[in-house]
Design a protein around this ligand. Sequence first.
Ligand code: CMP
Length: 137
Amino acid sequence: MTLVAALIKIELFSELTSRELKKVASFMTQVNVKAGRDLTVQGKPGREFMIIAEGTATVRRDGKVLATLGPGDFFGELAVVAGVPRTATVTADTDMVIEALNRREFTSLLDGSPKLAKKILVGAVKRLHEIEESVVR
Ligand code: CMP
């Protein structure tokens, strides 16, 4: 399967035209990750936005599980978009295949599609809300 064919299936990209999808595909760097590796570390700076192509990862903040992410899910947007430290540690549960974008590539992805930018924004607000709830409880 080509990368573009794989990207069409990802909900985040569902509203992109095939031209936009080709552009996104050209930005992406595929990375193979071994089970157990930390993809982000809470409190550390972060430079990549990542989309899961294969495998699963667990999101933890202060050791508490916030979520498990799988194929089609994205993470790493918070530190990259706002220049803040990573809000959580994301650890590979299995061997994984990740598609990574650096800050410049992620910014041009957002600039190119307001609909996609809105999905990322809504997702980011929900995630921060969950973090806030987990602190209050
Ligand atoms: P970032 O802070 O860059 O790095 C850690 C990532 O974990 C964060 O971006 C989000 O993508 C992700 N994350 C943070 N909180 C949650 C949550 N409540 N649910 C799912 N993912 C989260």
